[in-house]
Design a protein around this ligand. Structure first.
Ligand code: 1GP
Length: 243
């Protein structure tokens, strides 16, 4: 079986920058999927993440098996809930919302997912997930009933990321929230990256090639983009491999 995390470490050690396209099962229409995947293939995208804040039961499993028919790119679950777990995917970001203080999203959902995970051959990647304020309320904030971290308290953001690493989390994910008005700032990315030995994922509100490049330059190892591709598939062309 392929080891998604080790492959990720190898790519990063070679200086490659990784890009995940986030597909929300709630928003992706099955009839548009194959064209969408063709665009992903032409672009520099390296991973497909699947997940959403509010997804109908079994929609994720159906969507992942459909995506698999069209691609060999690694499919990684980025679930908003236990109901989104499916053994069809290659790996799972086992997200603990360490920016918040809601026990359900720190450990509760994880305990509830174990009976399902036992039956799946899913690579589980413990991930410290951190919601950072971006100027508007996001779905993650509403669903998890947690406050995002203030952009004015960067030392607290850095210490939280480091605490996640010290707890054994293999990835840290800085999240501005889907459709965020402001992506995570360079300053925050740079300072968090400086403290970490594990890879850093950054997502939320990235809509242009320039913003993407800045996010990489600031220290992100893997960037996640969802909304910009959903709203304007032409954005894929800007990120074509041949450009
Ligand atoms: C959200 O980080 C992801 O969980 C992606 O955000 O939809 O704004 O690209 P966007």
């Amino acid at each position: 079986m392929e080891n998604i995390y080790n492959n990720l470490l190898q790519s990063i050690s070679k200086g490659e920058k990784l890009l995940a396209v986030l597909i929300d099962p709630d928003k992706m229409k099955p009839e548009g999927l194959s064209d969408f995947v063709v665009k992903i293939h032409k672009s520099v995208s390296t991973h497909i993440f699947v997940g959403g804040s509010t997804v109908e039961e079994s929609a994720t499993s159906k969507l992942v098996s459909e995506i698999k028919k069209h691609t060999k790119l690694p499919i990684v679950l980025f679930p908003g809930d236990v109901s989104q777990l499916t053994g069809q995917a290659d790996a799972l970001l086992f997200l603990s919302l360490i920016s918040g203080r809601n026990p359900e999203y720190l450990i509760g959902k994880h305990v509830a997912s174990v009976s399902k995970l036992r039956q799946m051959q899913l690579e589980v990647i413990p991930t410290g997930y951190m919601l950072i304020e971006n100027g508007k309320e996001t779905a993650v904030q509403k669903v998890t009933d947690t406050k995002p971290m203030s952009i004015n308290h960067i030392p607290e953001i850095v210490d939280t990321a480091k605490a996640g690493e010290l707890l054994g989390m293999k990835l840290i994910y800085l999240e501005a929230g889907s459709g965020a008005l402001h992506p995570i700032s360079s300053d925050i990315i740079r300072k968090v990256k400086h403290e970490l030995s594990v890879p850093l994922i950054v997502g939320g509100g990235i809509r242009t090639k320039k913003q993407l490049e800045l996010t990489y330059q600031s220290g992100a190892d893997l960037v996640v983009i969802g909304t910009a591709f959903e709203e304007d598939e032409v954005f894929f062309e800007e990120l074509n491999k041949l450009k």
